[in-house]
Design a binder for this molecule. Structure first.
Ligand code: GLA
Length: 737
């Protein structure tokens, strides 16, 4: 139907009204460098270049090493904007997001600041925080109906840099615009919404909360409440929900006076993994590799109620079995495959498995390492007690029954000075590495540590430069099983090297440590951390690395996980193989924080399912980055799904890759050792979507499916109806034959 002149006119009117309410900028004046005079409204920016503010300055002709830079926009502020607001309290400057920190000035006056820049004496990135700065509507800093200049000083601590995420927006908010809904889970199975206001004038109206089934859209429950909110006087709403069901909670508030409403939607945590049976069940793909004569420490991953009794009839000479804990120890001097028949028995039943011990020079890390690392939770505030507490919880909460076994201390354990003989010393937080190692080994767990080929680690602790041999020997004497070797301080030395443009110059420090590490009489998993420089995946195996980080550090945001998982790590797939793995960094589920202050991962539950599914398809290291002692049932279930973990641990060792990219839908596949395939259907968009796999049946070669298994739900699905509803940023992980 043709639109009538009248509807067109109305639309135009409506849009001019909107334009009058919000002043928006997609571009700003831009200049790299730093000069505080640029905050003044009369600073001369006529020669400055223009820049797109909706995306980072990278790839916009700004040199990669830019740290400080300024953005400026000039605007008129029509007084008519005030009249459209029912409170006329503030002017809002919404600066989207900024990599990494900023100070915003209006006509020369500081109106907001986020993060810390070196000129503050300390740097703290705040790249993921939204910037909303308010100025009182009656402030003398505002020039109503006249010219105004907004100047933004930005400091970039590392790529990417600058303002990004959306246009810059200036508006006079109405009362309802001051409302914020903060959705949380007060405790497991209990949803809580806190509605607060930025504004002092109260707003009253009706709050409705609906619990909706994700798959069927059925409204399971509906709650209504009359509320009144103002600054400093928030209201709360608490709703219990069934955490084994995937639901959305939709909240809507309607302002009684203006009839305007705002709404929010929240996905609470939901558990897909079925509870493990009480009878013993083996949760391993059944292969463990070691070098001849190297001490073997292996805790057999079996779930089921304890006490449990383990027996191995054909235990080779040289090996010992702790029958209660299920820990294998000892060593084997002859190479080859040893086939063990392991039996686990408890009051509820008995299970049996054929297990292969693969002994040979290059047989370590047959599957990607699973375990824990201290960095994403405790950062530099790691202590021995915190290591022990996570290790103990790894056992108590059953994660060890699923193969998680490495307990790795990251940065922050070294003393400021070496011992007189040049050996590395521990700081006061780690009384005895040897005792810690012995205790971990006694539990069947493995022990990891961190250092740098440079003078200093990233956290400013002592690195191994000029002491590589001594350090490797110390590690051996403490019983270290894993070394993360982090470039960091080595950059200084590298910069001065004449050949620093060559791959050889990147290989050198890792080759050196390889030599000393491999001289030790124990297997030490060699984990390179240099953020993917010089395409490390192409030469990592040549320094006998067992894994190499392919990217910079991960953060607990969708943007970070998406960038690392879906973009950067994808192309590395040809280089993964048993013994040598691509490492897209540690897991960001559970309580993380990189400091003393831990908080829930900022990934939504769907994003966490995506994270673990993708890391499994990509055969990535599975190092948990949270405090295990505080781990909730949702996170345990997320990490302990034996069918999902079996994809990560598949012994063929072929890293999966993207097979389809169709708008926001990505389909990844991984070939498995039993001839089947894992298929991950990811929705990376911001709306829920329904995907019918049949559309891609030729590309995926799934015309004649015998079985379709939903791995998270551990359920067989129809082989003909291949249509799935997938949440925004969510996944469906299948195994097909
Ligand atoms: C680097 C690494 C991190 C962590 C820190 C420790 O940033 O990439 O994983 O080890 O150093 O300082």
């Amino acid at each position: 139907m043709k639109k009538s002149f009248f509807t067109l006119l109305l639309a135009a009117l409506a849009s001019t009204q909107l334009q009058a309410q919000v002043i928006e900028f997609r571009e700003a004046k831009f200049r790299a460098g730093d000069n505080m005079e640029w905050k003044a409204s009369n600073a001369d920016d006529s020669q400055w270049r223009n820049i797109d503010v909706t995306r980072n300055w990278d790839n916009q002709g700004v040199p990669g090493n830019t740290t400080y830079a300024w953005y400026r926009v000039h605007f008129k502020l029509p007084k008519s904007m005030l009249e459209q607001s029912d409170i006329r309290e503030n002017v809002l400057f919404d600066l989207a997001k900024i990599d990494d920190t900023d100070e915003a000035y209006l006509n020369g006056h500081l109106i907001g600041k986020t993060g810390k820049m070196p000129s503050d004496g300390e740097y703290r990135s705040a790249w993921s925080q939204p910037r909303k700065y308010y100025v009182k509507a009656n402030s003398s800093w505002l020039n109503w109906d006249g010219d105004n200049v907004l100047s933004i000083r930005v400091y970039n601590g590392g790529e990417p840099g600058g303002i990004f995420g959306d246009k810059l927006k200036i508006s006079v908010p109405s009362r309802i615009d001051g409302l914020m809904m903060r959705h949380t889970e007060a405790q497991q199975g209990m949803y809580r919404m806190e509605m607060s206001s930025d504004f002092t004038s109260a707003i009253s109206g009706k709050l409705v909360a609906e619990v909706i089934d994700f798959d069927t859209d059925e409204v399971i429950s509906k709650t209504e409440k009359k509320v009144s909110v103002k600054k400093g006087k928030p209201v709360n709403l608490n709703l219990p929900y069934d955490e084994t069901r995937c639901v959305r909670i939709r909240t809507t508030f309607t302002d009684a006076a203006s009839k305007k409403s705002i709404s929010g939607s929240y996905s609470p945590k939901y558990i897909l993994t079925p509870k493990a049976p009480e009878a013993p069940r083996f949760n391993t793909t059944g292969v463990f590799g070691a070098r001849p004569k190297s001490p073997i420490i292996y805790r057999i991953p079996v779930s089921g109620v304890r006490p449990m009794k383990f027996t191995i009839k054909n235990l080779p000479n040289g090996l010992k079995l702790d029958e209660e804990k299920g820990v294998l120890s000892g060593s084997l001097s002859r190479g080859g495959d040893y086939h063990l028949n392991i039996v686990a028995e408890n009051a509820k039943g008995k299970a049996e498995m054929d297990f292969t011990l693969r002994i040979g020079d290059n047989k370590m890390a047959q599957t990607p390492p699973m375990g824990w690392n201290s960095w994403n939770c405790w950062g530099l505030s790691i202590t021995q007690d915190r290591v022990i507490s996570s290790a103990q919880a790894l056992i108590d909460k059953g994660l060890a029954d699923y193969g998680y076994s490495y307990i790795n201390i990251d940065d922050g354990w070294e003393a400021p000075e070496r011992n007189a003989d040049g050996t590395i010393a521990v700081n006061e937080k780690f009384p005895s590495m040897k005792n810690l190692g012995d205790w971990l080994h006694g539990e069947g767990l493995k022990f990891g540590i961190y250092s740098s080929p440079g003078d200093l680690t990233c956290g400013g602790y002592l690195g191994s430069i000029d002491h590589e041999k001594q350090d490797a020997e110390s590690y051996n004497s403490w019983g270290i099983d894993y070394l993360k070797y982090d470039w960091c301080g080595y950059g200084k030395k590298h910069n001065t090297e004449r050949d620093n443009q060559t791959v050889a110059s990147f290989v050198r420090p890792y080759l050196l440590m390889e030599k000393y590490l491999r001289e030790q009489p124990r297997d030490i998993f060699y984990s390179l951390c240099q953020y993917g420089m010089a395409d490390v995946w192409k030469w990592g195996h040549a320094v006998d690395a067992n894994s190499w980080r392919t990217t910079g550090d991960i953060a607990d945001t969708w943007e970070s996980m998406y960038d690392i998982g879906f973009k950067r790590n994808e192309s590395t797939y040809p280089y993964a193989q048993p013994g040598h793995w691509n490492d897209p960094d540690m897991l960001i589920v559970g309580k993380v924080g990189w400091s003393d202050n831990l908080r829930d991962s900022r990934l939504t539950p769907d994003e966490q399912y995506t994270h673990i599914s993708l890391w499994s398809i990509m055969a990535s290291n599975m190092l948990i980055g949270c405090d295990i002692a505080q781990m909730d049932d949702f996170t345990v279930a997320l990490l302990c799904n034996h069918e999902v973990n079996a994809i990560n641990q598949d012994i063929l060792g072929k890293q999966g890759k993207r097979a389809v990219e169709d708008g926001d839908i990505q389909i990844w596949t991984r070939e498995l050792s039993d001839g089947t395939r894992a298929i991950g259907i990811f929705n990376v968009g911001t709306e829920d979507a329904t995907v019918n796999l049949a559309k891609y049946s030729n590309v995926l070669n799934i015309n004649n499916l015998k079985t379709v298994r939903d791995l998270w739900r551990q359920k067989d699905l129809s082989t003909t109806n291949l249509s799935y509803k997938i949440a925004k940023h969510g996944v469906r992980l299948l195994k097909v034959k």
